[in-house]
Structures are given as structure tokens and as C-alpha cells.
Design a protein around this ligand. Structure first.
Ligand SMILES: Nc1nc2c(ncn2[C@@H]2O[C@H](COP(=O)(O)OP(=O)(O)OP(=O)(O)O)[C@@H](O)[C@H]2O)c(=O)[nH]1
Ligand SMILES: [Mg+2]
Length: 371
């Protein structure tokens, strides 16, 4: 599935960079091209791995005949820059932004301009501030969300207080950069000042990991030279799941495949699995439960979701049709809307089995209690 994206503001720009890095690392067909748009030149400068041509700076304050006035990114200029990257194969546009900050105000006019130029669906990927660190920003975030929700085809929500950096990512980061502070993993009073570049980057890696896997799974296998799954998920399945009036939670759990070491996977690729079919199926069921109940990207009540898509990814010999079918049936019972899609996504050299569940079409839980 091919996506063009605009990341607006601090969070948006950094998440676009994280997605850009995933895309480059995986070296498959291009699924993601993003622009980082900002009124703060320092944020753009900090995106070391993004190509300069994909960073757009707009001054916040302009000076007119009647004196200085505030004006953010110019929607037509952003749309034009975005469409310069359109290869004619774009399936959707993603707009990425942290709610509660100042950049979300520029998203409304941008959506209108993009919609007047393209027919592809436009989805939001929005971050909600952690209430422990930024209670006021979170309140503003909810107001922001209500303002833009009617304009988009669907909104992925990532609540920062639910994001748990993967222990393996932390290990790698620590070994590369020495001693890093991770306040949210320690029992200490949270302090926004302490969430600095390294910590945001761990959050953004988790967001990018989840988005990136659904984009790659929605790409025809023949294009990347891989074998397709038994039940193929295509871009249409993903887009139909994302097109909802309510919100979208991207739930994700993964487990490292034991006994696999680098290089060994190639030798074993035609061999047997380390586990029997029963335990492979059980592992997938467990991961599906964990994804939905422990690792959703935002809080939601599954009984209020309208649609879902379940994707089982990993080395082919570790996947199990039995596990996939059982998980899908479980999801079907749980989600009364009953519009369930799914499939498997073989990733031959992966060291992980992962289950991704996209649950969509539910109201934000504040609305349930407040309205
Ligand atoms: N996950 C994640 N969240 C972030 C990141 N940066 C900021 N946030 C959150 O997003 C909210 C909005 O922050 P920014 O995106 O920096 O805000 P902005 O739109 O640039 O506006 P300003 O407040 O004027 O800088 C913050 O309150 C944080 O909770 C990031 O890199 N990753
Ligand atoms: Mg900013």
C-alpha cells in the first residue's frame, strides 16, 4: 500500500522521519514518502536522516502592510510539494500531527486543499499528550480532535501514555549511544522536561513500526519478490477498514522467535518449525489477545468498534492458519459490527511473529462518558 504523508509540527515531523527510516531500512518497494512541515527550523534541522527536499519550512510570523501577522504553512505550497512525489500509484494520504500543540490548527485548511486536488482518502495519524505530563495539552488535544474529526476519512490515535518502547529497541539504542535516561520506565515523578529527543524517538519508532507493517503487508508480494500469504491482505482491505466515521486503534504485539540467530534463518528456511502446529496456533492466539487488550494505540471498547482487520506476520514456518482462523473468529465474536478482514503476511527472514489488529469506527472514550 502506497502512502504520501505530511507530518506537521514537532511530533508530526519526527514521526515522518521515523517512518522514513523504517522504509529505508526494509529496502522493499517504496510504500511511504513523507514531508516534514514546520514553523520551527530547529526541528527540521534535527531530522538528520530526512532528505532536505522533504523538509518544508514556513515562518510563523509574516510582516504585511498593516504590521506583523501570524500565518502558518501555506496549504497550496504543501499540497504541491506533496503531489510532486505522487507516482500515480498513491493509495492514501496520511496527515500526521501531535494534538494539543499549535500546528494542528493548520491541518483543517490543508485537508481542504488536498481534497480539492486528489481523490484518494485522507487519514489522520494523531498523537494525544500524556495526561501525567501535560494535562492541559491533553484537554486541548480532545478539543482539537473534535474539530478535525469530521474532515477526515479515518483517524489513527496514538495516546502517548500507552506507548511502551520495545525493550529490544531500548537495548540497541543504549548500546549505540551509551547511557540514556528513560524516565517512564523508572519509578520516578514524571517530568515533561525529561522527555527529550531520545525518548520521543523511542515512541516514534513504535508508532512507525506499527504503521510500516500494515503498509508493507498491503503491498502485492510479487512486487517485493516474496511469496504471498495464504490469505492475502491488499491495500483495498486496509483502506476499507480505515474508512470510518470514528477512530482507529492500531494494536500490536510481537514475540521473538526463539532459537533463531542471525544467518541461521537462511539455512533453516526450508526446514521445520521449532514448534509444533498446536503451539504455533496458541502463540498467535496469545499475541492477538495481547495486541488488543495490552497494546492498543488508544483506549477503546472493542464492543463499540465497527470494523477490524487482523494480520499475522512472521517467518512462514512460524505462522499458523489454525491460529489465524481462531483469532479471526474470536475477533468476530467480540466486534458486533462484524466487518472483519484479515490475512497472513510471511516475512521470510524476520526474527519475530507479530499480530496486528486494526480496530476502527469507535467513538473516543471521553465522548462516551462526557456526552
Ligand atoms: N509520540 C510523540 N509525541 C510527541 C512528540 N513531540 C511532541 N509530542 C506530543 O505532541 C504534542 C504536540 O507537540 P508538538 O507536535 O511539538 O507541537 P507543535 O504542533 O509543534 O506546536 P508547538 O507547541 O508550538 O511546538 C505534545 O504536547 C506532546 O505530547 C514526538 O516526537 N513523539
Ligand atoms: Mg513545535
Amino acid at each position: 500500500m502506497r502512502v504520501l504523508a505530511v507530518g506537521m509540527g514537532g511530533a508530526g515531523s519526527r514521526i515522518v522521519e521515523a517512518l522514513h527510516n523504517f522504509e529505508n531500512k526494509k529496502r522493499v518497494t517504496r510504500t511511504f514518502t513523507g514531508l516534514a512541515v514546520n514553523t520551527d527550523p530547529d526541528v527540521l534541522k534535527s531530522l538528520e536522516l530526512m532528505p532536505e527536499g522533504q523538509k518544508l519550512f514556513f515562518p510563523r510570523i509574516h510582516v504585511g502592510p498593516d504590521g506583523p501577522f501570524e500565518k502558518g504553512p501555506e496549504p497550496h505550497a504543501v499540497t504541491e510539494a506533496l503531489l510532486n512525489h505522487d507516482t500515480g500509484e498513491t493509495d492514501a494520504i496520511f496527515l500526521i500531527c501531535g494534538l494539543g500543540g499549535s500546528s494542528i490548527q493548520y491541518i483543517g485548511p490543508l485537508i481542504e486543499t488536498i481534497r480539492s486536488s486528489v481523490i484518494e482518502p485522507v487519514f489522520g495519524i494523531f498523537v494525544i499528550p500524556d495526561p501525567k505530563y501535560e494535562p492541559e495539552k491533553r484537554e486541548k488535544a480532545i478539543i482539537d480532535l473534535k474539530k478535525v474529526s469530521g474532515q477526515l476519512d479515518g483517524i489513527f490515535l496514538f495516546e502517548n501514555d500507552l506507548i511502551t518502547p520495545d525493550p529490544l529497541t531500548i537495548k540497541t539504542k543504549v548500546s549505540h549511544s551509551g547511557d540514556i535516561q528513560i524516565p517512564f520506565l523508572k519509578n520516578q515523578e514524571p517530568n515533561i522536561q525529561e522527555i527529550k529527543k531520545e525518548e520521543w524517538s523511542l515512541f516514534n519508532i513504535e508508532i512507525a513500526r506499527r504503521i510500516s507493517v500494515i503498509l508493507r503487508a498491503g503491498e502485492p508480494a510479487c512486487e517485493s519478490g516474496k511469496k504471498p500469504g495464504e490469505v492475502v491482505v491488499d491495500a483495498g482491505d486496509i483502506i476499507n477498514t480505515l474508512k470510518v466515521t470514528g477512530l482507529i486503534s492500531l494494536c500490536y504485539a510481537r514475540e521473538q522467535v526463539k532459537g533463531l540467530k542471525s544467518g541461521l534463518s537462511d539455512l533453516l528456511s526450508s526446514g521445520d518449525s521449532y514448534t509444533n502446529d498446536e503451539s504455533r496456533a496458541t502463540r498467535i492466539m496469545n499475541l492477538a489477545h495481547q495486541a488488543l487488550h495490552q497494546y492498543p494505540s488508544c483506549r477503546f471498547n472493542p464492543h463499540m468498534a465497527e470494523k477490524a482487520l487482523i494480520l499475522v506476520a512472521g517467518p512462514p514456518r512460524e505462522l499458523s492458519m489454525k491460529g489465524y482462523m481462531a483469532s479471526r473468529e474470536w475477533l468476530n465474536r467480540l466486534i458486533p459490527g462484524g466487518e472483519i478482514r484479515g490475512g497472513d503476511y510471511p516475512v521470510p527472514h524476520s526474527h519475530f511473529v507479530a499480530v496486528v489488529i486494526i480496530a476502527s469506527g469507535f467513538p473516543f472514550y471521553f465522548q462516551e462518558s462526557e456526552e
